[in-house]
Design a protein. Structure first.
Length: 229
């Protein structure tokens, strides 16, 4: 499905380490990069719901099991801005190293915002069924190894529907792609009071995460599990 999403300008700058400094005359270049991504890239996503036990058979690790604890159903989702993003990035990097970095950050923001759009759609559907949805949890978080990506893509249908595949090192291609898990559990009170509820995440810590050193969320003082880094 096509997802209507826009680049979050501040998020894109944060990916580059911007912390509110004045950009002055440089403001036009990030805006150009954002507009370019919005014009040339089309975010698309797919999701599949399945039983929690079936999903956990594909997803090794204690942290993901803890994240969906109490959930009878689980949603596997995938989002990408397509192979066009690879061509756009190569073109911009060839023209200018700076513009290449800006477009890279804007494409990252665009796919993240697209994931938020799909996430919201899944939560809305869950709420209509009196189910509460957990937050997103992606391969690479906590002890959920990236090695599950190939099976994840097949199980979610993202390999066929979106053309996403995993390299030998379990990295996604196109690179501007996201896979994630959302748990669904019967908890109508939580659904009515706030939309999404979060399953227990006490065991997830930056200290045990394999991508902690390069995590954009951690660089901003945030985490994937809701507590300060």
């Amino acid at each position: 499905m096509e997802l209507k999403a826009r680049v979050d300008r501040e998020e894109a700058l944060a990916f580059l380490g911007h912390r509110g400094q004045k950009l002055g005359d440089l403001r036009e270049r990030p805006e150009r990069a954002a507009c370019l991504c919005e014009k040339e890239l089309v975010p698309r996503g797919v999701y599949r719901e399945m039983g929690a036990s079936e999903a956990l058979a594909l997803l090794p690790g204690r942290d993901i099991a803890r994240h969906v604890e109490g959930c009878a159903r689980v949603v596997l989702l995938a989002v990408t801005v397509g192979m066009q993003s690879e061509m756009l990035l190569r073109r911009e990097r060839a023209l200018s190293a700076t513009d290449g970095l800006l477009v890279d950050a804007c494409a990252s923001s665009l796919v993240e915002q697209a994931a938020n759009v799909l996430n919201a759609h899944i939560v809305e559907e869950a709420t209509a069924r009196n189910l509460a949805a957990t937050s997103r949890f992606s391969p690479g978080y906590g002890d959920l190894s990236l090695s599950c990506q190939p099976a994840f893509l097949v199980a979610s249908g993202a390999d066929r529907a979106l053309g996403i595949h995993a390299t030998a090192a379990h990295l996604l291609v196109p690179t501007k792609s996201i896979t994630a898990v959302i748990g669904l559990r019967s908890h109508p009170n939580s659904a009515r009071e706030g939309g999404a509820s979060t399953a227990p995440t006490e065991g997830i810590r930056c200290s045990t995460c394999p991508v902690a050193d390069t995590c954009a969320l951690r660089a901003e003082g945030r985490t994937c599990y809701g507590n300060p880094a």
